[in-house]
Design a protein around this ligand. Structure first.
Ligand SMILES: *Cc1c(COP(=O)(O)O)cnc(C)c1O
Length: 389
């Protein structure tokens, strides 16, 4: 008599329970059946759960959560935000194609645009993110295949006019790809403003606990989603099931975390305006923000994010001195955690620029970047006061 193979314990677990949270499926492979064979024949196995680099139930649970937050048709998780960005761009661009991209983008995205894409024979044209006329001129002149920008750029917190840039893209049959990491779907749902693909670092606000590196690619056009998924499979930037669980777990509290973070950031901004030694407060909810008015209302209709910039008198050295004295805020790069994270661009995110280059890029001397966490606005304002005092 042939006994059930003891190495197939998974069989004993099929649908016997109904857990409140998704199980962490560590299995790399799944028993094939008629439906999976059919999908392999039909789509190359894009939908079947048969091998975890293609699909995995825990990873899919996290992707479904991102899609829900965006009100989108689909979202696929990636091993990092950079995997989401690089896979998407290399899917949509071929040698000889052109991408028009904002100058103000995340540092490693900049590297991708400056070094990697040109090496693949892709033309890269750069424009100021907030200069609609420059976008229009570049699109007209270069007839690009892709336009790329960030909803809210780091660290100046300027907004991209997504509806206007989407219109320019679609006028020449190009796709608009938006990195929505800073704004998050709590404040901005770029697909609903005309973007074709949203890329995000789930390491930041989506995951929300500074404990997982992950990314997401979100779309409404299934065909476009499948093209990107196909490249994700060949490039191998899939998310691990443990990491996917952490991302899923973080997203369970996304709305309450962001509601509190945005409220708190607005209150800290307000509290710091009149503080001696503070030259300027940069927050998209304030009237003196350069994009205040129609643009803020379109791009961030209900909430203005949990990122905040403080420009101190005394320049970068003073900013660093204050940063070092924080007792609540953590002196660390990254953003979007439950803890407040504070950094100065000149020696971290933008260290590779000269002071003049930073000034030209709209990054003032003495800027502290704050990712406002859940400690409470009064606690944070007190912490900043004692550090400046
Ligand atoms: C962090 C970040 C990324 C990269 O994400 P990783 O998860 O670190 O790969 C991309 N874009 C923006 C705006 C980011 O803040």
């Amino acid at each position: 008599m042939v006994e059930q193979n003891p190495h197939r314990p998974g069989r004993n677990f099929t649908s016997r329970t109904s857990p409140a949270v998704p199980p962490i499926y560590l299995s790399t492979t799944f028993e094939l059946d008629d439906a999976s064979y059919e999908d392999i024949q039909g789509t190359g196995g894009l939908h079947a759960t048969w091998y975890s680099r293609f699909n995995n139930p825990t990873v899919d649970a996290a992707g479904a959560e991102v899609a829900r937050l965006h009100g989108a048709t689909g979202s696929m998780m990636t091993s990092s935000g950079m995997a989401a960005i690089s896979t998407t761009l290399v899917t949509l661009l071929r040698a000889g194609d052109t991408v028009v991209a904002a100058k103000q983008v995340y540092g490693d995205t900049d590297d991708l645009l400056v070094r990697d894409l040109p090496g693949l024979g892709i033309n890269v044209i750069r424009v100021d993110a907030f200069d609609n006329a420059a976008w229009a001129a570049a699109v007209d002149k270069h007839q690009p295949h892709v336009l790329y920008g960030e909803t809210m750029s780091n660290p100046a917190l300027r907004l991209l006019d997504i509806p206007a840039v989407a219109k320019l893209a679609h006028g020449v049959g190009a796709k608009l790809v938006i990195d929505n990491t800073f704004a998050t779907p709590y404040c901005t749902r770029p697909l609903q403003l005309g973007a074709d693909v949203v890329v995000e670092s789930a390491t930041k606000f989506l995951g929300g606990h500074s404990d997982v590196i992950a990314g997401a690619v979100t779309f409404d056009d299934d065909k476009l989603g499948e093209e990107i998924q196909r490249r994700l499979i060949t490039f191998g930037g899939c998310l691990d099931a443990h990491a996917a669980y952490l991302a899923w777990r973080g997203m369970r509290t996304f709305n309450v975390r962001l509601a509190e973070g945005c409220r708190s950031a607005a209150a800290v901004a307000e509290a710091m305006v009149a503080e001696p030694g503070v030259k300027h407060v940069r927050y998209p909810g304030r009237d003196d923000h350069p994009d205040a008015g129609a643009l803020v209302k379109t791009v961030m209709p209900d909430a203005r994010g949990a990122m905040l910039g403080l420009v101190l008198e005394g320049g970068d050295e003073r900013a660093l001195e204050v940063l070092r004295k924080l007792k609540v805020g953590l002196e660390a790069t990254s953003l979007g955690g439950v803890e407040t994270l504070a950094s100065v661009p000149f020696n971290s995110s933008h260290f590779n620029m000269t002071q003049q280059q930073r000034r030209d890029a709209g990054i003032p001397d003495g800027l502290i970047r704050l990712s406002v966490g859940l400690e409470g606005a009064e606690t944070l304002a007190d912490d900043l006061r004692q550090a400046m005092g």
